[in-house]
Design a protein around this ligand. Structure first.
Ligand SMILES: C[S@@+](CC[C@H](N)C(=O)[O-])C[C@H]1O[C@@H](n2cnc3c(N)ncnc32)[C@H](O)[C@@H]1O
Length: 291
């Protein structure tokens, strides 16, 4: 991870946090949660604390396993790291819209999209891994996300016949934001190169199938600028899309304008990076485009 020292200003806090387990968190599911949800949650987890930027998210003590509670099985909450709830907040799906979640399994963001849409409209939840579709289906069912249709395409080959109001590309990535805790090792340049090409092609497809004026959100859970700002910057150079500023209260840093001899430009200050020490959670990168 030393390669990221020049872009992470509070390096010691970052390094220390990466040695710890993430703080477990749950996202209340308004489609299923009872009125007295918070009371019920506090019965199981008296120390649960509401996140200060997302009122549906609760942080739990590091020792707890929220996947074992009845509230999980009933779909009243979804177990999701706090930072992972940002991309859908940025996507901002509205009831009645048609939304594509291009890389969706196991469904954390799909179920969040359906709940934000109050189960009105359509969510197409796609993943190319048939193995991962089982957990995607199970999570959609458990959370009562009734407006979701599941498809099994390579995202790059989704037919262009349907047009969407919003598309989320929560891309396959080198996962350094999660792996840091296990190995504290950066990904290999070979892996980054291969992924950056795939990520760009997925994004190209998203621009093709979003309506004129529609929104595309690109997110990863890696620190590598090659998979983040470089992909976004190439899209700005080659496609007829604009980057929109992400206006959020969440503790974060802005995207980087350059790294290791690569130039990405000032526009990157519209994108957001969350590091593990910001929320005691996974690292992520988010960018929002308008076609
Ligand atoms: C970061 S994970 C998605 C996590 C998911 N959005 C969530 O919030 O639960 C990336 C997903 O991309 C899928 N994937 C990889 N290559 C793909 C491709 N070419 N087309 C569509 N999905 C792909 C993987 O199977 C994986 O499930």
């Amino acid at each position: 991870m030393e390669r990221y020292k020049p872009i992470i200003d509070d390096w010691e806090a970052f390094r220390e946090e990466c040695q710890k387990d993430a703080v477990p968190a749950v996202r209340r599911n308004p489609l299923k949660a009872r009125k007295s949800f918070e009371q019920a949650l506090k019965k199981d987890f008296p120390e649960a604390e509401k996140s200060d930027w997302n009122s549906d998210v609760y942080r739990l003590p590091r020792s707890k396993s929220p996947g074992k509670s009845m509230l999980h099985w009933r779909g009243e909450y979804y177990v999701q790291e706090e930072s992972a709830s940002l991309p859908v907040e940025v996507l901002d799906p509205r009831p009645g819209e048609k939304v594509l979640d291009m890389c969706a399994a196991p469904g954390g963001k799909t179920t969040q999209i359906a709940s934000k849409m109050d189960n009105r409209g359509l969510v197409v939840s796609n993943d190319d891994s048939s193995r991962r579709l089982k957990s995607l289906h199970a999570n959609i069912y458990r959370t009562g996300s009734a407006i979701v249709d599941v498809t099994n395409y390579d995202g790059r080959r989704i037919p262009g016949t349907e047009k969407f109001d919003r598309v989320l590309v929560d891309a396959p990535c080198s996962g350094e934001g999660n792996n840091a805790r296990r190995s504290f090792e950066a990904s290999s340049s070979h892996e980054r190169e291969h992924l950056a090409e795939l990520q760009y092609q997925l994004l190209e497809k998203a621009f093709q199938i979003v309506k004129e004026g529609g929104v595309v959100v690109y997110s990863t859970c890696t620190f590598a600028p090659e998979e983040n700002e470089a992909v976004v910057s190439k899209a700005l150079d080659e496609k007829d899309v604009k980057l929109e500023d992400i206006d959020t209260d969440v503790e974060s840093r802005r995207g980087v304008e350059n790294f290791s001899g690569l130039e990405f430009g000032e526009e990157m200050s519209k994108t957001v990076r969350i590091y593990p020490h910001h929320l005691n959670s996974g690292g992520i990168f988010v960018a929002r485009f308008r076609k």
